[in-house]
Design a protein around this ligand. Sequence first.
Ligand code: NAD
Length: 338
Amino acid sequence: MRVAIFSTKPYDRTFLSRAAASHGHELTFFEPRLDRTTARLAEGFPAVCAFVNDTLDAEVIATLSSGGTRIVALRAAGFNNVALDAAEEKGVTVLRVPAYSPHAVAEFSVGLLLALDRRIHRAWARVRENNFALEGLLGHDLHGRTVGIVGTGRIGALVARAYRLGFGCEVVAHDRYEVDDLKAIGVTYVDRDELIERSDIISLHCPLTPETHYLIDEAAIARAKQGFLLINTSRGALINAEAVIGGLKSGRIGGVALDVYEQEADLFFEDLSSEIIQDDVFQRLLTFPNVLITGHQAFFTEEALLAIAETTMGNIADEEAGKVSPNRVLSEKVAGKG
Ligand code: NAD
């Protein structure tokens, strides 16, 4: 099948081309993000492959559909950037990669916490300047601290295990579904408010939904422990960044590590080192010594890219062959009926 790949980076070409070969797909790579201004590039392509910061709103779906596209293959797990109702209305099938390497994200998330609390990123910069002073680098033992995990799905469960079994932390969790294996190792499920109140470290691993939007807002920050650390590798809009700035200024928040940011589509995955960044909230976040930000990198391992490419190309092949894919994403309206 002819596939238009959007938001292409050199590593996408490498991994997707390799995976496409065994399915006989013909790939055309476009560097721009998919949005209203670029959707026409997909004219004549029955399949489009999109990434996390591509915009697939109703207008883009309509343009794709009128250009002959009937498959949208997301090379990602999250699908909050797709207007699923519009896709169903136009007969466009949306497929995703539900799991590729939960280890990649879980390990990165724990790495962020360690770097943030032990100031590893700041120490690295200092030592390069021959500054070996320890003042300002004081951290805490992780052992014995309470970590709150919001969302104990594939990634959250691995993170909970790492903190509980690897570091000997107390782990409290919140999810609609409780995982018996986690309870067996001493993870305690609590409601969201109790998790926020009890945690020294809050680590977010739930999807972005209306229910989880701004889960960390001014009220949550006020309720949380003095000096708590916040780690977000899930989706930017789980936290209200302006409220977080307030919490950092007052000292209620002891540190923040983010791999995702609500307005990241304007920033991440590009080299903007010679540009003037217009996002004042993001720029303010960067000024805090106790904030560590990475550019949506948690998934970025060789194993994950290989798995993403293979599942994405397999999804398109299955759809082409008329198979009903378990990786199809349905709107709540349709999923609810099924
Ligand atoms: P998953 O579907 O396996 O787990 C998500 C869990 O969240 C589920 O157990 C679900 O029941 C729970 N959940 C849903 N609503 C909730 C709520 N209101 N409160 C508490 N829990 C709730 O997903 P996953 O594979 O573990 O991925 C988790 C998130 O990580 C994804 O949604 C995605 O946004 C993000 N992610 C980020 C990267 C990255 O590179 N930074 C890569 C992959 C995934």
